[in-house]
Design a protein around this ligand. Structure first.
Ligand code: ACM
Length: 469
């Protein structure tokens, strides 16, 4: 008995004073830059004993998290770094992995984004806020909001109420559905909600193609084939007013001007087009869009914003200091090459593998298949070869919603693939390890269950049966 007591006391003394074991790594997504943890637990009841230290030398969004015996020290140069340190702490606490140690962390890319298309189907602000919450948890920082397309115009413009009252009618699955759109007050509410989570909101108004909702409200400015009429001078006055309102409404740096998949068909027979081409020194129909893009990009710049445009506009001669190229055409690698060679800052979201409307499993019945037998699975996303070019701002996943109607399907298509995107965009190359990611993802499956999210379960196809709408 006496011997047992003595050995117990000795083991307590040893555990208190012996050098603790050190563990590299922490069960957090995205994986941090470095984590040196001990086997000495930190008492959760001290979680609110946090001291903040301003560390000017740390880069934007970076943080150092010291978990001491009875307090926590967070160093960062900005609020975002502080916020991300807390996201890490939350995940550690949930995983019962709060040990004393030091985590040093910083993002690999400044652009870590997600695009939601609410033109094809409208989900509403509660769904958007849910997505923003999850983006923040995984340290994503750009919410690209596709607010206009053929099927609907979704942002209130005070100068032109008909954009929403007429252009907002319908959606992909029902052209007669009552108008759905965000009022400016609702937009401000969402922007503020995002800002509290260190997420910038970028609106997209897609032109000169994908513009049917706009031309429903302004038939005189349309040219058929889902396009506006670039030869009509009144178009630019209307677009200038819209862009000015958007610039006032959205405090971020960027406005996305679209520019993808434009047909020149409707432009060929337009009265006034001959003169427009002559006046602008153009002799090919393909050059009409280039002219339009330069004019819109100037309007955006005059409103104090930087344009982002899909890489279809790569030959439009846009000013590289006022334009970011958004590369999506995985089948046009030369377009990405050209963007970088011509000095454009570039966002990477090729449809293979970063489009989340493409299915994640060959067994899925609904959704795009990449070619016939190829899917945008978790491993494809995780293994995507990254560019280290200084002009690459970062990565983004896009969800087009022609085939996404319900909230369940929205969650099913986005999670957990967006979590893999987040790790790719944040974690440095040397710390990427797919098997380890899958282990850490187990904690996130538990978390997603706890908030009742209808995610796609890569471990068990039947966990959440595929919602077909
Ligand atoms: C796109 O997917 N059309 C940008």
């Amino acid at each position: 008995m006496r011997f047992t007591l003595i050995s117990f006391i000795a083991s307590v003394i040893i555990s208190l004073y012996a050098t603790p074991s050190l563990f590299a790594g922490a069960p957090v997504i995205p994986a941090p830059q470095s984590a040196e943890m001990t086997n000495r637990p930190f008492d959760k009841k001290n979680l609110d004993r946090v001291k903040y230290v301003k560390a000017k030398a740390l880069p934007a969004e970076a943080y150092e998290l010291q978990i001491k015996s009875n307090k926590i020290i967070i160093k960062s140069s900005d609020e975002a770094g502080r916020f991300y340190a807390h996201q890490t702490l939350i995940q550690l606490a949930e995983a019962d992995a709060l040990y004393r140690g030091v985590i040093k962390d910083a993002p690999r890319y400044e652009w870590r984004g997600f695009m939601l298309d609410e033109a094809r189907h409208f989900f509403g602000k509660e769904q958007v806020k849910k997505i923003l919450d999850l983006m923040a948890r995984y340290k994503l920082n750009k919410f690209h909001w596709h607010l206009s397309d053929d099927q609907g115009w979704r942002v209130e413009i005070k100068a032109y109420p008909e954009l929403c009252s007429v252009g907002g009618i319908g959606c992909h699955s029902n052209p007669d559905a009552p108008a759905r759109f965000y009022t400016q007050d609702e937009i401000r509410e969402i922007i503020a909600y995002a800002a509290e989570r260190h997420i910038e909101v970028i609106p997209e108004i897609d032109m000169p193609g994908h513009a049917t909702a706009f031309t429903k409200a302004f038939p005189e400015l349309g040219a058929g084939h889902r396009t506006v009429n670039p030869a009509n001078d009144s178009l630019y006055a209307v677009l200038e007013t819209i862009i000015k309102e958007l610039a006032d409404l959205f405090p971020g740096r960027y406005i996305h001007i679209g520019g993808d998949e434009v047909s020149t068909q409707g432009w060929r027979e337009l009265p006034g087009m001959k003169d427009f081409m002559e006046n602008n020194g153009i002799d090919s129909y393909d050059d009409i869009q280039k002219c339009f893009e330069r004019r819109i990009s100037d309007i955006v710049a005059a409103a104090g914003k930087v344009s982002i445009a899909w890489d279809d506009v790569i030959d439009s001669g846009l000013d590289k200091d006022k334009t970011v190229i958004h590369w999506w055409r995985a089948d046009h690698p030369e377009s990405l090459k050209k963007a970088l060679e011509n000095g454009y800052k570039t966002i990477i979201s090729p449809w293979d593998p970063f489009y989340l409307d493409y299915v994640q499993d060959i067994k899925c019945k609904e959704g795009h298949l990449v070619w016939k037998q190829w899917v945008n699975g978790l491993d494809e996303i995780y293994d995507y070869k990254l560019s280290d070019d200084q002009l690459v701002m970062g990565f983004q996943a896009n969800l087009w919603t022609e085939r996404v109607i319900s909230d369940e399907r929205l969650a099913y298509m986005v999670f957990p693939r967006l979590i893999a995107i987040a790790e790719r965009a944040w974690t440095s190359q040397g710390n990427l390890d797919y098997d380890d990611f899958l282990k850490r993802l187990e904690n996130e499956y538990r978390y997603l269950d706890s908030i009742h999210l209808y995610y796609y379960d890569f471990r068990d196809f039947n966990h959440h049966p595929e919602p077909l709408k």
